[in-house]
Design a protein around this ligand. Structure first.
Ligand code: SAM
Length: 274
């Protein structure tokens, strides 16, 4: 076979092998266009549990289906960004047809250059490498409690808070959906004040939503047990001494920047400052 014919066949094979709509895709995309099936969109939104007060960002928004479905079903506001102008045009047309143009916006923009701070829900259908590259931006820019949902791909060391398998409607296998909540930053040294006014230094080490902590109680180091962090909601169990009796109590509360405050099971308020 002549050389140019072979090259032509290889190029054709590559084109056929690439996903839907990709013949018109511009160069420089980090991910090719493959739409999320409706049943998977429904599951992504079920995990995020949107309300009308949420702001949903879909990074690499394709034909806009996730943002548009969320705006239609939950009345929220949303934004989609995509580098492909054809996808933006298509998404705007779909938003018009769905009657949600007052609540959604589609912008031709690189997802890595997008200001994520307004989002309270972020949806992704990207690739493992792209998720990982995006991860530091999610932690830098999103507020604690923001929900992140990814179709098909995880975030390596950032363990998901939930993973759901969705059976595809056409009976062609299944899809996996990953869900995380951005945790508050709790690492550092805190001073915990108990309802009785006792003060304990507490050292906290954190990895994503997991943390371990040690308090110095009566000159001894005591681990906080059952540590749990969900967005800015924190809880742990601490044993200390109240009126000369050792008591083990559950502390639960909320983290706001360098302060925590909450209640102790059984009564009384606690605070902590970093
Ligand atoms: C797998 S599709 C997902 C589409 C849509 N989110 C969905 O789930 O149906 C990925 C989309 O990301 C877009 N994309 C790829 N790299 C991008 C980048 N750096 N910034 C913005 N969009 C990008 C592609 O054009 C494509 O539409």
């Amino acid at each position: 076979m002549r050389l140019f014919t072979r090259i032509g066949l290889i190029a054709l094979a590559a084109l056929v092998a690439v996903p839907i709509g990709s013949a018109q895709q511009p160069p420089g995309l980090d991910v090719p266009y493959v739409p999320t099936p409706p049943e998977v969109v429904a599951q992504m939104l079920a995990l995020a549990a949107p309300t009308k007060n949420d702001v949903l960002y879909d990074l690499g928004s394709g034909d806009g289906r996730i943002v548009i479905t969320a705006a239609q079903r939950f009345g929220l506001r949303g934004m989609g960004v995509d580098l492909d102008p054809n996808r933006i045009q298509e998404a705007n047309g779909n938003a018009k047809q769905a009657g949600v143009t007052d609540r959604v916006r589609f912008v031709r923009q690189d997802l890595f250059k997008t200001d994520l701070r307004p989002a309270s829900i972020v949806t992704l259908y990207l690739l493992p490498r792209v998720n990982l590259e995006l991860r530091p931006r999610l932690f830098e820019q999103l507020r604690p409690g923001t929900r992140v949902v990814s179709h098909a791909f995880s975030m390596e060391g950032w363990e998901p808070d939930s993973v759901v398998t969705v059976n595809r409607n056409e009976g062609i296998g299944s899809a996996t959906v990953y869900y995380w909540v951005i945790p508050a930053r709790v690492a550092g040294t805190w001073t915990l004040t108990t309802p009785e006014g006792r003060r304990y230094p507490v050292k906290v080490q954190q990895q994503f939503q997991r943390f371990t902590a040690n308090a110095t109680v009566g000159g001894r180091s005591a681990a906080l047990t059952n540590p749990r962090l969900a967005g800015n909601q924190i809880s742990f169990t601490l044993t200390d001494s109240v009126n000369g009796r050792r008591v083990t109590r559950q502390f639960s509360g909320r983290v706001t920047g360098n302060a925590m405050r909450g209640n102790v099971a059984g009564g009384g308020a606690w605070t902590a400052a970093r």
